[in-house]
Design a protein around this ligand. Structure first.
Ligand code: V47
Length: 389
């Protein structure tokens, strides 16, 4: 951080407020000052303003379904309650037909996006991975397939004796449309050494996303926060994402992921508090001035806090989700599915305009006017429990 100028205002937020009003880029020092500020509402108001300037009053959601095709993972990251070693009780790998059937069932119920991720399972042949994508594409030509984190892509390349670029080209030919934002964790090496030493490096994660962008695949970025990382680590993470976005413009959304400690090797940690959830989202909106969308992921925070997050910089509530096992195994306790009508209701109650989007933020329907949303499909599927509070 640069030394404090003798003429600097004693309240660092004043200079930041001026920069936000001028739509000027914030520095690492600004990011740190925002995280360190005890004035949550002031930070939130700034992020709210930045959100309004960028996207107005629309709040987006997508009717989607998650499919977690295997929990067998060679990495065994310390924050993860989902992964298992091959042969361990609870280890599973879905067949190609099972993955395709889950996706098609969701499409029949109105899903426009399928989000597929799993562990790094080197004994799963790459042909099976390709067949999942091709099988869905053959039977559902227009659904958006957002699949495989950068670390899975690196694993496929390794098992194939190939490169991430060749794998991405091949999966794109099979029908892949984009990559989700998982696996980023905290990009800094010192933190990765402590929480996910076997995973690809932060540099490799960024490189694979940039390659995907150059191939025309849109991707997202996440940050898993509230474990061993410091505010400096979070700021470093956000600024590295911002620099990558300056280069390629291929990120659509940033999603902060609140660490769920239960059943993980870090279960002695308390996990982030509600104020940390809101502040992290707000600082992300303020630092990531080149990211169009900031998502609040209700699966990790609960729908009520996700609704409040709409006043702290968020403009996207992700989706109906259905059966996301990563949070289920960490007993996040906020449910696995939410009805479309419920998302519309909470967005309206926050005084904003619900917008059902497709995976590329094309508008499918704006819920304007006073009429209540009709009871709908798109939500809780066969595995759905309603969201908790
Ligand atoms: O990659 C693992 C994280 C990610 C825990 O791109 C945990 O639209 C909290 O990436 N507590 C998967 N987080 C989820 C993800 C995601 C979710 C929603 C939307 C999008 C998108 C992406 O969850 C993993 C990992 O970073 N994770 N364990 C845990 N205990």
């Amino acid at each position: 951080m640069s030394p404090v100028s003798p003429h600097a205002h004693p309240d660092p937020l004043v200079a930041i407020e001026e920069k936000v009003a001028r739509q000027e880029r914030l520095s690492a020092g600004d990011g740190l000052a925002l995280f360190e500020s005890p004035d949550l509402l002031r930070v939130g108001r700034l992020a709210d303003r930045a959100r309004r300037d960028k996207v107005g009053d629309s709040v987006y959601f997508v009717v989607n379904r998650h499919v977690n095709y295997t929990n067998v993972c060679r990495n065994r990251c310390r924050f993860c309650a989902f992964s298992r070693t091959e042969g361990e009780p609870g280890a599973y790998t879905l067949t190609v037909d099972e993955v395709v059937a889950k996706a098609l069932e969701a499409v029949e119920q109105g899903a426009t996006e399928i989000h597929i991720v799993g562990g790094e399972n080197p004994s799963l042949p790459y042909e099976a991975i390709r067949a999942m994508v091709a099988g869905i594409r053959r039977r559902a030509p227009s659904v958006h397939i957002k699949a495989f984190t950068a670390s899975e892509v690196a694993c496929f390349a390794e098992t194939e004796g190939s490169t991430p670029e060749a794998v991405l080209r091949d999966l794109k030919t099979a029908g892949l449309n984009g990559l989700p934002g998982g696996g980023a964790e905290i990009l800094r090496a010192e933190v990765r050494r402590r929480v996910c030493p076997a995973k690809i490096s932060g540099e490799e994660w960024l490189k694979i996303h940039k390659v995907a962008h150059r191939l025309g695949l849109k991707t997202n970025a996440t940050m898993l926060y509230g474990h061993v990382e410091t505010y400096e680590d979070r700021v470093d993470h956000l600024l590295r994402l911002r620099a990558a976005q300056d280069e390629t413009g291929g990120f659509q959304a940033f999603i902060p992921l609140a660490f769920q400690p239960k059943n993980s090797a870090l279960s002695d940690l308390p996990g982030p508090t509600g104020t940390d959830d809101l502040k992290t989202l707000a600082v992300a909106r303020l630092l990531l001035d080149n990211f169009p969308h900031i998502k609040t992921y209700w699966v990790m925070t609960g729908l009520k806090l996700a609704q409040v997050a709409l006043f702290f910089g968020a403009d996207d509530m992700d989706g109906t989700v259905v059966e996301e096992i990563i949070s289920l195994m960490s007993e996040a306790g906020h449910g696995q599915a939410v009805a479309k009508s419920e998302l519309v209701r909470v967005i309206r109650a926050a005084g904003r305009v619900p917008v059902e989007r497709d995976a590329l933020y094309g508008v499918l329907r704006r819920y304007e006017g006073p009429e209540p949303a009709e009871p709908d499909g798109g939500g809780p599927g066969p595995c759905g429990r309603g969201p908790g509070t």
